[in-house]
Design a protein around this ligand. Structure first.
Ligand SMILES: [Zn+2]
Length: 341
């Protein structure tokens, strides 16, 4: 309870600071509406730590930037975002994750005929998580290592399980956590202290704390009956492409899942660099790694054969994933690699 009161107080302070900071920033410089948000929210339930949400795309899908010919043959690209400094992120002396082991509960109906909630869609997510570790993109996270807290930039895919709807098709934050811990208790997923547990919901599932209206995903940590769990909710963006995707034609022909992969990337990077959602790396306004670069895709985009934009190729597949922070001793930038902004 005392911890809850401390967290409540901290949240109030953060919200106040965030409000002040955002109005101050708005006067100083023009910013992308998706960036520099203090994305911390009060817990819905007292046993859940404050969660850090991945804000929806305020520009809407298929809002492309006019860019120079060095970026795209068409003169357009998905929102590039700026090249200036952001944040900065500050380290709050808590734990970081060296190499996360990702586990997934695929929740809801993943055998639909909508071209998105499919076995092939699940496999796209697995393929991404199998291959993104060690890439120049994900190794950006290594720049946020701290003394005694290395970050490898690697990712291990630990496996997945399915739950077609044991807790209904309208989930609260508590039921997301319960579905995850039930999967661990039942032995469907291992209990791994290096685990990051994602519940990825199909299009037929609602998350009532704000999926599609406020956020596309969130991450947090909780002390549960099966131990201290780092976990994240991400819904199939197919439920609200306008809010959670940037393009409705996508590199792998599944706009919902391709957009979901960018949200997963955001949440995974944040879990590595602020695993307990409040004592790792975040800015003075409460924004974490991914929040500062939310829905920005950089200046090395290319068009795939179906005309969609991509900015990363791993494991032989193209993806459009948002940028992450490159941290130096003096400043922070949103980047796709240590040299590509
Ligand atoms: Zn975030």
């Amino acid at each position: 309870m005392r911890r809850y009161l401390q967290l409540l107080l901290a949240a109030v302070v953060l919200l106040t600071v965030a409000g002040f900071a955002s109005s101050a920033y708005a006067q100083e410089r023009e910013i992308d509406p998706n960036m520099d948000r203090g994305d911390r929210t009060l817990p819905q339930d007292s046993e859940i730590l404050p969660k850090v949400i991945h804000r929806i795309n305020l520009r809407g899908a298929d809002s492309f930037d006019k860019v120079g010919s060095e970026v795209s043959a068409t003169g357009f690209a998905a929102p590039t975002g700026g090249t200036g400094t952001v944040g900065p992120l500050r380290y709050h002396n808590g734990p970081l994750m060296n190499t996360p082991v990702v586990y997934i509960v695929f929740y809801g109906n993943w055998n639909q005929t909508n071209g998105s909630d499919t076995a092939a869609g699940q496999q796209l997510i697995r393929d991404y998580l199998h291959n993104v570790g060690g890439s120049p993109y994900f190794r950006l996270n290594s720049t946020l290592a701290a003394s005694g807290q290395p970050i490898s930039g690697n990712v291990t895919y630990g496996g997945d399980t399915t739950d077609t709807g044991s807790l209904g098709l309208s989930l609260s934050d508590t039921s997301v956590l319960t579905a995850i811990t039930n999967s661990i208790s039942a032995g469907k997923l291992p209990n791994d202290p290096n685990g990051v547990y994602f519940l990825i919901s199909a299009t037929n599932v609602a998350e009532t704390s704000g999926f599609c209206s406020q956020y596309c995903g969130f991450h947090t940590a909780s002390n549960t009956g099966v131990g201290h769990i780092r976990w994240s909710f991400v819904g199939n963006a197919n439920r609200c492409l306008n809010g959670c995707a940037v393009q409705t034609t996508s590199p792998n022909g599944n706009a919902g899942i391709d957009a979901t992969i960018s949200v997963i990337s955001h949440e995974l990077a944040e879990t590595v660099t602020d695993p307990d959602a409040g004592n790792g790396w975040f800015s003075r306004s409460g924004a974490e790694n991914g929040d500062l670069c939310n829905f920005t895709f950089g200046h090395a985009q290319f068009q795939t054969s179906n005309g969609s934009f991509a900015n990363l190729t791993v494991g032989g597949k193209n993806y459009l994933v948002q940028r992450l922070i490159l941290h130096t001793s003096t400043n922070d930038h949103c980047m796709m690699s240590s040299t590509q902004n």
